[in-house]
Design a protein around this ligand. Structure first.
Ligand SMILES: [Zn+2]
Length: 461
């Protein structure tokens, strides 16, 4: 009996510990490096994320690729063995690594066996401190980045981008509103000195967070203090202010994507009004609701769209919620009518209380299994870094729970009261138009040759 009681207690506490993914050992070293250490549920493995607080948003349009180019350069090698030698060292430790540059940060992502966690962290530190930048490495990294961005930026593509034709609908709207750069940033003109400056200004411990999740080494805290703790901090830099809506955009536009085809897409985008409380939780729930409403009306009831969807995107400092549908171009008037009616109904009657309650419960329940394993947990902490406070991340289930039907209805009304921005994407010509055009051309050719024949015969006598 006593054994059973003990087993129950153990089971209870172990479960409590495993469930509480929001509690994390978090502290800053004297040089400002923020550490987040979390024992994970899987043995033998650690997930490491080093988040450096510099991203595309920190640079003007022409220089936007600076942090991305630097990220690639940092893998070019720490000694004469170069890039290959560096990769070999990581392989020898049984780990894998990669890095990503986003609008807000540059992050080094590592998966490694737990037994080598300190050695892997040593290698990461060597990459940060021992990589020497030179012109040859810069030229090589430029080629890679250019290829990643879709190859050489041709004059035609640049021209299309300037006419707002080369972007997808939401990006095109963001360009119109002054929230996004019109042209793709290029790397050709970026200089070694600029890259060195970015490294000096931003790659400092007081601008970094190191996340380690998994089978943590007992000696990890002391090790980190001795090694990463020796990095020199810099004078903190201010991030650039995010762009706000500057221009006006057309309420409705048709965008050409491709030359010929029968498919089209409808996008209706609405800037999200800023809410004082539970902004993200509220709009996440509204997105779920609109997803379901579109699916029901366009797919299940009318079969006008195979996978209509609702989306949330952020450009500059503005969030957008959108209603989207893929469709056949001939169905466009019908789809448009259905979506307009949906908007009108929601404005008049608000959300259906039972549906809202059901979808809210799904969103809450999803939190129980949304983040599984060391790597997903490390990625999760990375995605909500700004939310860390006093040893805890806040619980999204509680934030969702706190959104009332009344609150959601208020937000929905504010959102849909705006006219929004309607964007139709379709190829230049439909199949029928192509046939007509082809027929027209053929007729012209026939008429032309007939005319030539008649002329020749008239001259003969
Ligand atoms: Zn890249």
């Amino acid at each position: 009996m006593r054994c059973l009681l003990f087993a129950c207690l153990l089971l209870g506490s172990a479960q409590g510990w495993a469930l509480d993914r929001f509690q994390v050992e978090g502290y800053a070293l004297p040089n400002g490096l923020q550490l987040l250490l979390k024992p994970g549920s899987e043995r033998g493995h650690v997930a490491i994320r080093l988040v450096v607080g510099v991203g595309f948003d920190d640079f003007a349009c022409a220089d936007k690729e600076l942090p991305h180019l630097l990220e690639h350069l940092l893998f070019s090698g720490i000694d004469a063995s170069g890039e290959g030698g560096l990769e070999q060292r990581m392989q020898a430790l049984g780990g894998e690594w990669n890095a990503y540059t986003s609008n807000a940060d540059t992050t080094f992502v590592i998966e490694a066996p737990a037994r080598n966690q300190r050695k892997v962290l040593d290698l990461l530190l060597a990459l940060l401190t021992h990589t020497r930048l030179d012109d040859r490495a810069v030229a090589a990294a430029k080629q890679v980045v250019e290829r990643e961005d879709g190859g050489h930026y041709s004059h035609l593509q640049r021209w299309l981008d300037r006419q707002d034709l080369g972007h997808k609908a939401s990006s095109q709207l963001a360009v119109e509103l002054g929230l996004k750069c019109a042209e793709r940033a290029e790397v050709g003109h970026l200089a070694l000195t600029q890259l060195e400056q970015v490294r000096k200004d931003w790659y400092a411990p007081n601008n970094m967070t190191l996340i380690v999740v998994g089978d943590l080494d007992r000696l990890l805290p002391a090790y980190l203090e001795r090694t990463y703790g020796a990095l020199e901090p810099v004078e903190p830099r201010e991030h650039r202010e995010l762009p706000q809506i500057q221009g006006t955009a057309a309420v409705e536009r048709t965008l050409i994507n491709g030359w010929v085809g029968q498919s089209a897409q409808l996008h209706w985008l609405f800037p999200e009004p800023v809410l004082d409380q539970q902004h993200d939780a509220t709009f996440d729930l509204l997105k779920d609701y609109l997803d379901w409403a579109l699916y029901r009306q366009l797919r299940l009831e009318r079969e006008l769209s195979y996978g209509p969807w609702s989306d949330r995107e952020v450009f500059g400092s503005v969030g957008f919620l959108s209603l989207n549908a893929d469709l056949a171009r001939d169905d466009l008037p019908q789809v448009r009518q259905v979506v307009e009616q949906l908007k009108a109904d929601l404005l008049e009657h608000g959300l259906d209380p039972a549906t809202f309650a059901r979808l809210k419960q799904v969103a809450i329940d999803r939190q129980a299994w949304a983040v599984q394993g060391n790597s997903a947990l490390a990625d999760y902490y990375w995605s909500v870094l700004g939310d860390f406070d006093n040893g805890r991340f806040s619980d999204p289930a509680k934030r969702l729970q706190a959104v009332s039907l009344r609150q959601a209805n208020l937000a929905l009304r504010q959102l849909l009261q705006q006219p929004g921005y309607l964007r139709i994407e379709k190829p230049l010509l439909g199949d029928e138009q192509l046939l007509q055009l082809g027929g027209g051309l053929l007729a012209l050719i026939v008429l032309g040759s007939l005319g030539g024949y008649l002329l020749r015969h008239r001259r003969k006598p």
